[in-house]
Design a protein around this ligand. Structure first.
Ligand SMILES: Cc1ncc(COP(=O)(O)O)c(C=O)c1O
Length: 373
């Protein structure tokens, strides 16, 4: 089956990388870094993007800048990559794991109130797989309870809610440019915000506590060196140009695949909210009402389809949190998803449209073997 490789690059990346090689700045002070930050901020409908080494440190930096620290609690969905929770722990605060919604796989806004305590300082909203979480309801909950909202948009470059892009809803948002992400330089991350002061402080923290316009050896806060390199910025400039066309291809192919499989009652795809106007389709996630998701993934993988079983455990079942350091609300939906769900990697949706019926047929063959409850 002709499924494209990922990541993808062509002579445009080679050309910009060779410009970096020929310059005296291979590190974070090359103009490409600023150029990428400007373009990415505009792409995210935000005023600022501050680039950094990865999407884990950007979560940690965002929490630190929001003033989240020891004794604070931060609400986070029970299903996400570990960084969403570990960033909270690393600033000394307590992650409070809350269940996800049955259909969207995202933080369930109806479960927020019961998780609230006087210690709650912030909510971390993850747009899982590119599907926007309920930003209106979660944003209102934060406003009503004087909480900060941090978007973990590591999966959602280009996803939109009512025409507004992921990253423009919270006080700040964190993006990842790790190898598998829809916008990648192998590693990398960015904090996105429209708060001028927050952006200035983030930039300073990432750059050894320096201040814009002041001398190189003047340091104003205890920062660190989290700068992105010029090589990464060169790659990201090219990748960002390609992203809209890739989203278009993935969206068309995802719709086709779902249409071809619409008659299978045991298959339920992750549901987008009605307000979602674009989905970057990082992961095409589904759950099986009957059948063994792990066995199905193994057989599809053997046929060349990049299909993976869901996270094997909720964040609080992971060894790092199994012995404590967190607060756990009842999460029956999240636990069920670790058993019955799977995702198809975005690169499958970058295939030529005539490959999609082949994927559908392979899935149909697998799912026909699963009895419907
Ligand atoms: C939801 C989520 N948040 C944060 C991260 C961390 O990003 P990075 O790998 O760039 O540190 C990831 C990475 O996979 C992620 O999936």
């Amino acid at each position: 089956m002709k499924i494209p490789a990922w990541p993808q690059a062509d002579e445009k990346e080679a050309e910009l990388i060779s410009q970096v090689l020929a310059s005296p700045h291979w590190g974070g002070f090359h103009p490409f870094v600023e150029e990428f930050e400007r373009s990415f901020a505009a792409y995210c409908h935000s005023r600022h993007a501050v680039s950094a080494m990865n999407g884990t440190v950007t979560l940690e930096l965002a929490l630190e800048l929001m003033g989240v620290g020891p004794a604070d609690e931060v609400i986070v969905p029970a299903i996400s990559f570990v960084s969403s929770a570990s960033a909270i722990s690393r600033v000394g605060a307590i992650p409070v794991f809350v269940d996800i919604d049955e259909d969207s796989f995202n933080l369930d806004p109806l479960r927020l109130a019961e998780a609230l305590t006087p210690k709650t300082k912030a909510v971390m909203a993850v747009h899982f797989g590119g599907v926007m979480c309920q930003v209106d309801a979660i944003g209102q909950f934060c406003l009503d309870n004087d909480l900060l909202l941090l978007e973990d948009a590591a999966h959602a470059h280009g996803s939109e809610w009512d025409g507004k892009r992921a990253g423009s809803f919270g006080h700040a948002a964190s993006f990842s440019f790790q190898n598998g992400k829809v916008l990648t330089a192998g590693e990398g991350g960015a904090l996105v915000t429209s708060d001028d002061e927050f952006a200035e402080q983030a930039r300073s923290l990432c750059n050894c506590g320096r201040k814009a316009g002041r001398s190189f050896y003047e340091h104003h806060r205890i920062g660190s060196n989290y700068r992105l390199s010029a090589f990464q910025a060169a790659v990201l400039i090219c990748q960002l140009e390609r992203l809209p066309a890739q989203i278009c291809r993935r969206t068309t192919n995802a719709r086709l695949l779902k249409r071809l499989l619409q008659d299978l009652p045991q298959l339920h795809w992750q549901r987008e909210p009605l307000q979602q106007t674009a989905n970057c389709q990082y992961l095409l996630t589904g759950r099986l009402q009957a059948g063994d998701a792990r066995a199905m993934c193994a057989r599809l993988q053997a046929q060349g389809i990049p299909c993976s079983p869901f996270y094997p455990h909720t964040l609080y079942q992971n060894p790092v949190y199994a012995s404590g350091g967190c607060r756990v609300m009842p999460c029956p939906v999240a636990e069920a998803r670790t058993r019955d769900s799977f995702w198809i990697n975005q690169r499958a949706l970058l295939a030529e449209p005539d490959v999609i019926p082949e994927i559908a047929q392979a899935m149909e063959r697998e799912l026909h073997q699963s009895p419907v409850l």
